[in-house]
Write a protein that binds this ligand. Structure first.
Ligand code: ATP
Ligand code: MN
Length: 256
């Protein structure tokens, strides 16, 4: 309980300033009272033993580092409930048969709950498809608990920040292609935001993260999203002097 009080103190510092369209500064608190209650329950149930600070504060979510009672490292992702974030994300939910029916434009909190549920279900699909990604643990409200990727409390770097030799880059390029192929053909998913920003370099391999916006293959924009993913991956490895396939060849390889 002490840890949570400590954490409560940190909450005020956790306020971030966002500017809305009319340029009025608005303050948004990620750890609202509902989330705090949920976290409190997880402490009581022994799922969590400590929360040790923030791994990342971004536009769409904050990610916190935590430990379970038996010292397993956990990443807690808490999605922002601000209007700015879900306007951006509507196109990923609309036309997605799994979630379209529950999408309510009138209730921000409900809408953002869907990100957590969607990311959880997508991570499950990745796990079943044998794709390296954080193991999903549980979700509730606009919060998701998953396996922490890193060691001794240090998160593994994003692919964009990894220091790679040319031969390592070639290897990781092949891994990325395999991941995209498996995602499409085994999990029936398109990541839809795949880039060096949403791939971690962990234990010498690439690991996919941030799949809240990933869509089913049947989504009306799936092909457009996949092209974009292919293009990001190609551009990144080209920059690292890997002899990459043409965009079309890559796209055909994944979809044929
Ligand atoms: P943002 O607005 O910051 O882009 P986001 O929705 O993109 O938020 P993620 O990409 O899922 O959120 O996570 C943000 C960052 O937190 C990642 O780039 C990564 O550095 C870190 N992170 C996320 N999940 C994990 C994890 N399971 N283990 C370790 N680090 C993680
Ligand atoms: Mn991200």
């Amino acid at each position: 309980a002490n840890v949570l009080i400590e954490n409560d103190k940190r909450v005020d510092k956790d306020r971030i300033r966002m500017k809305d369209k009319s340029d009025h500064a608005t303050t948004e608190n990620v750890l609202d009272s509902r989330i705090k209650k949920k976290l409190h329950k997880l402490f009581e149930r022994g799922v969590l033993a400590e929360i040790n600070g923030c791994i990342s504060t971004g536009k769409e979510a904050n990610v916190y580092y935590a430990k379970s009672k038996n010292q397993d490292e956990i990443a807690i992702k808490i999605y922002r409930t601000s209007i700015l974030t879900f306007k951006n994300r509507e196109k990923y939910i609309r036309g997605e048969y799994r979630f379209d029916h529950v999408y309510s434009l009138h209730n921000p909190r409900k809408m953002v709950k869907i990100w957590a549920e969607k990311e959880f279900s997508n991570l499950k699909r990745l796990e079943q498809g044998g794709i390296r990604a954080p193991r999903p643990l549980l979700y509730g409200g606009h919060m998701l608990l998953m396996e922490f990727l890193g060691s001794d409390g240090w998160a593994s770097p994003k692919l964009k920040d990894a220091i790679l030799t040319e031969s390592k880059s070639r290897m990781l390029y092949r891994e990325c292609i395999e991941i995209m192929w498996k995602m499409y053909n085994k999990c029936r998913l398109v990541h839809a935001d795949l880039s060096e920003y949403n791939i971690l370099y962990h234990n010498g391999s690439v690991v996919v993260i941030d799949v809240s916006q990933a869509v089913d293959r049947d989504h009306c924009n799936a092909i457009e999203f996949l092209r974009n993913d292919c293009s990001n991956i190609t551009a990144f490895f080209k920059k690292h002097n890997v002899g990459v396939m043409s965009l079309q060849a890559l796209f055909d390889f994944i979809t044929d």
